[in-house]
Write a protein that binds this ligand. Structure first.
Ligand code: HEM
Ligand SMILES: *[C@@H]1O[C@H](CO)[C@@H](O)[C@H](O)[C@H]1NC(C)=O
Ligand SMILES: *[C@@H]1O[C@H](CO)[C@@H](O)[C@H](O)[C@H]1NC(C)=O
Ligand SMILES: *[C@@H]1O[C@H](CO)[C@@H](O)[C@H](O)[C@H]1NC(C)=O
Length: 333
């Protein structure tokens, strides 16, 4: 008994200690909020001010910046790969199915990067700008705040196939979506909380048209979609044409970050199929939808935790990657 216990203690020390110590420098994914405290003390306030300016100009920009961080992190980790333009060996992730004609906010990131290069040249990564902008956008929309762990570096490559394959599609089944989150180290709690991002922002007709006309290939609309809501959507989302017509993901409050999204789902008024399937009967996600619909505070707290978790997906640290001067391209090829 005593022997086996001390064996466990010694064993776990031997195994765990080197792992813990290596959580720094070039090998570990060690991020922390004070990363720029000495090298660029005003970095956070500069990001915040420019995000505030952009959101004051257009409220939807908060949603667009939040989504940019998500689409960055799900492809090779949070490394600003999503920001790279095509050229010099790069096939931009901006061309992928989830991003094409859809993802936006790049000019705001450019403006923030330019201001930071003036303040402290080649110090603050584009990947960290995305993480900070996502937090500031959430706060500006009325959502929760959190300390953003920092110290990510920028990738020297992009993955168009990763963007197509890793980011869930709006017509994916719930098991597929759960698997895609699991591959990123995120569980079903993270999935439900982070899907709550759809409390703000817009979707194009093309992202949910299938639900209105021919959901399963039998010529019928999605039976889990409220009939009058479906009829209303069809007016501006016809069988063909109008692909880019925009619709709020959360019609009751499209620019405020709250749990209305979960109430929409309970009323069969989730806009995307990927939203409504969270309420699949007897799935583990169902009771969380009910919980967050009822308790705004629990949703906001979990959202903040899950955002930190998402922001920690495979960062480049230490000497890996680089600090780009321009978020759209590598420093040298
Ligand atoms: C669970 C799987 C998810 C799917 C299938 C999905 C899919 C989509 C789709 C299809 C759109 C509309 C795009 C368009 O038509 O142009 C959208 C918008 C949006 N998504 Fe997601 N999403 C998911 C999860 C997330 C997560 C985890 C976040 C953030 C953490 C997020 C944040 C947003 C935001 C804020 C918008 C609105 C963007 C804007 O107005 O510019 N989504 N999403
Ligand atoms: C981790 O790295 C930072 C920055 O290089 C250094 O200041 C700190 O002392 C390191 N911590 C440990 C535990 O090695
Ligand atoms: C999902 O949508 C894509 C793009 O519109 C389409 O090609 C695909 O067939 C759809 N998948 C299912 C299972 O309906
Ligand atoms: C619905 O989709 C199926 C399979 O994609 C197709 O064969 C069928 O013609 C479509 N029906 C209608 C009414 O559009």
């Amino acid at each position: 008994m005593g022997l086996s216990r001390s064996f466990v203690v010694v064993f776990s020390f031997l195994v765990l200690a080197p792992l813990c110590l290596s959580h720094n420098g070039s090998t570990g994914g060690y991020l922390y909020p004070q990363f720029y405290e000495r090298s660029c003390p005003r970095a956070k306030e500069i990001v915040k001010a420019l995000v505030a300016k952009a959101v004051a100009k257009e409220a939807r920009m908060a949603a667009s910046l939040l989504r940019l961080h998500f689409h960055d992190c799900f492809v090779k980790g949070c490394d600003a790969s999503v920001l790279l333009d095509s050229g010099s060996g790069i096939r931009s992730e901006k061309l992928s199915n989830p991003n094409r004609n859809s993802i936006r906010g790049f000019e705001v990131i450019d403006e923030i990067k330019a201001a930071l290069e003036k303040e402290c040249p080649q110090t603050v990564s584009c990947a960290d700008i995305l993480a900070l902008a996502a937090r500031d956008s959430t706060v500006l929309a009325g959502g929760p705040s959190w300390e953003v762990p920092l110290g990510r570096r920028d990738a020297r490559d992009a993955s168009l196939s990763g963007s197509n394959n890793n980011i869930p599609a709006p017509n994916n089944t719930l098991p597929t979506i759960i698997t895609k989150f699991k591959l990123q180290g995120l569980n079903h709690v993270d999935l439900v909380a982070l899907s709550g991002s759809h409390t703000i922002g817009m979707s194009r007709c093309t992202s949910f048209r299938q639900r209105l006309y021919n959901q399963t290939g039998n010529g019928l609309p999605d039976g889990t979609l409220d009939l009058s809501y479906a009829a209303q959507l069809r007016k501006r989302c016809p069988r063909s044409g109008g692909d880019n017509n925009l619709f709020p993901l959360d019609p009751p409050s499209p620019t405020s970050f709250d749990n209305c999204y979960f109430r929409d789902l309970l009323a069969s008024r989730g806009l995307l199929s990927s939203d409504q399937v969270l309420l699949t009967r007897s799935a583990a996600t169902m009771e969380l939808v009910h919980l967050y619909a009822e308790h705004n505070r629990l949703f906001l707290e979990q959202f903040a935790r899950s955002m930190v978790k998402m922001g920690n997906i495979s960062p480049l640290t230490g000497h890996r990657g680089e600090i780009r001067k321009n978020c759209r391209r590598m420093n040298s090829y």
